[in-house]
Design a protein around this ligand. Sequence first.
Ligand SMILES: Nc1ncnc2c1ncn2[C@@H]1O[C@H](COP(=O)(O)OP(=O)(O)OP(=O)(O)O)[C@@H](O)[C@H]1O
Length: 385
Amino acid sequence: MTLIEVNNLYKIFGKKPEKAYPLIEEGLNRTEIKERVGNVVGLRNINFEVKAGEIFVVMGLSGSGKSTLLRCINRLIPTTSGRILIDGTNICDLSKKELRDIRTKYFGMVFQKFGLLPNRTVLDNVALGLEVQKMPQNERYEKSEKAIELVGLSGWEQSKITELSGGMQQRVGIARALSIDPKILLMDEPFSALDPIIRVEMQELLLKIQKRMKKTIIFITHDLNEAIKLGDKIMILNEQGELVQMGTPEKILLEPANDFVESFVKEVDKTTVIRVEMLMKKPKMTITIDTDISSAIQTLEKLEMDYAYVLDGGKYVGIVETEQLKACKSVAGCIIKTKTVEDIKTINQVLPVFITSEHPVPVVDIDGLFMGYVDLKDVVEVIKD
Ligand SMILES: Nc1ncnc2c1ncn2[C@@H]1O[C@H](COP(=O)(O)OP(=O)(O)OP(=O)(O)O)[C@@H](O)[C@H]1O
């Protein structure tokens, strides 16, 4: 389900922003437009959708418009044109009261500089949003304690902010945003001020929280490694405030849209990002476990498949390969002599795999009925009819 939808969004700073449109059309850049008409083009024609439960990362260099976009989304600043739908409501059209309600219901914010009140305790900082909503103290403390536990700060409730390290302060920042139980978390470079080890720890924490909470997150960063680690989807803005590429981390890494994206991507070790999912064979074809071998060969060959997934009661239990099935068919009716007398009695059947197999082979009868396994080291002779 789409929770956020942005269409044709422009943000032009300065008086009479309409003067900038024809110049944008002409293809002038930000500096040229500023020189000609004095306006700064923050964002140019941005379009995207964010699905509920997704971490959507906005990435770009300094000045690319990342913070401007975030401020437009929660309407801290007005847009110049375009629309922003939050759960279907265009927030560009709302009255102050409606805007306040939608912000309370939907948005939690986490900032790079934490934005905490230094003289308050951890608990009172986390409870701040609920206090603004005029929630009674015991109720807001109860909710805040849960959020504090979620970010791993239990036991620190009564500490002053000044007693905490940077990483801990940002945990408080995240707990404060979560305490109001917003549908959407807007995170503006939340880990950029932290040293590298703490930063990685915080990324892990966010992923852990996200697994439990399944929030919809817009996460701003200028670091591609961070974007790749966190993002279900990444949107890259260039220095003109334009969207240059949007897609999964794998897509961005494997198919950078232009030289600009390529220049970011070059630095990343792709094998640390691309998951086996990209390379695995997808189960295009399934057959049920009780399919007889002749029918299975027929089906697989018709669809030109060299393997199929085998289902037992709808559950995946194994794989069969066309070659293996054919080998079975070719030795159907062979007599397998094994070392033990008992085996010779029962194995006047079918050997359904290559005789070179190192593993015990399943033995089926002429009708494909499974009879048991025989270890090839015990096979002394296979006699064709
Ligand atoms: N209030 C404003 N008035 C005029 N120009 C502005 C204003 N706010 C932002 N800008 C300009 O809009 C462009 C985008 O700025 P923004 O802060 O959104 O970029 P950013 O990608 O968040 O950068 P950073 O990573 O440095 O925070 C910049 O050229 C900036 O100078």
